[in-house]
Structure formats: structure tokens, C-alpha cells
Design a binder for this molecule. Structure first.
Ligand SMILES: [Zn+2]
Length: 146
């Protein structure tokens, strides 16, 4: 059964409710953590950013093109968060490991491409954002102030 999924590249149907909820919540571009970050920036009066700026390498979630500052806001599950080390779902674990490792490799490539192009970029993790929103906003501010 898993071979079928591997062939067409679609995600296996999650059996456990938590994975299913995570997947449906995080599938869209306008994700929870991203909205949270934007709300936090607005609260600080920080504006002028573009979302998913196409002209920047890797299409960062939040970008200030003139200042070449980019922010990626990553959901812990999909991007293999180094802080919470959540394991891949047990069902179809090989598929998941491959999928999530590919996501991680893509994230790293995007950062490299941006930096090569003279951008300063920061990755904000969902769990860190929830734990300390002002701290994460401060990381972005430091880049904007430079
Ligand atoms: Zn995390």
C-alpha cells in the first residue's frame, strides 16, 4: 500500500487524529504560526513586508525586499524543528522520514540561496514563537535595524 503513495507522492492518509489535525491545519500557506508572527509584527507597528515574495530566492514567508530581510516561519512538524524533535508519525514512518527530510533540505537550500543573494534571513520556529513571541519579534527587529 505504501508503494502506491510513494509513487504518486501524496501524503498517506493519517490514521491518528493528531497527525490528521496537524496536516489539515498546516497545509495551507497562511499557517497558524505565520499569522501569529504577522500579528506580533503588527502589534509592534512593523509593516511594509511582503508575503511569499516571489522575486526572492525561496519565496520567504515574510520579506522586506528593499532591506533584503527575510523571515521564514516554520511549523515544527513539517520542517523538523530542532527544538522540539518531534518524531515522524509511526504509520508510514519511512515515507514521513523521507518527506520531512526533503522539507528540511529544501529549507536549508532556500536559506543558502537567499544569503548568497545578499539577504539576511531568520527562521522562526512555531514552538519558540509560542513560548516567547516578543523574543522572536526582537530577532526580526535586529535584522531590520542593521
Ligand atoms: Zn519546535
Amino acid at each position: 500500500m505504501s508503494k502506491v503513495y510513494l509513487r504518486d507522492g501524496r501524503a498517506p492518509i493519517p490514521k491518528d487524529a493528531r497527525t490528521s489535525a496537524t496536516m489539515s491545519r498546516i497545509r495551507s500557506r497562511n499557517t497558524g504560526p505565520e499569522r501569529m508572527m504577522r500579528a506580533a509584527l503588527s502589534a509592534e507597528g512593523i509593516r511594509g513586508y511582503r508575503l511569499n515574495w516571489k522575486k526572492a530566492p525561496g519565496r520567504p514567508d515574510i520579506a522586506w525586499p528593499k532591506r533584503k530581510v527575510a523571515v521564514f516561519v516554520h511549523g515544527c512538524f513539517w520542517h523538523l524543528c530542532p527544538h522540539c524533535q518531534r518524531n515522524a508519525p509511526k504509520r508510514n514512518s519511512m515515507w514521513w522520514k523521507k518527506k520531512l527530510a526533503a522539507n528540511q533540505a529544501r529549507d536549508q537550500r532556500k536559506l543558502r540561496e537567499l544569503r548568497k543573494d545578499g539577504w539576511r534571513a531568520v527562521t522562526v520556529w512555531e514552538c519558540q514563537l509560542k513560548k516567547d513571541t516578543p523574543g522572536q519579534v526582537a530577532r526580526v527587529l535586529r535584522l531590520l535595524d542593521q
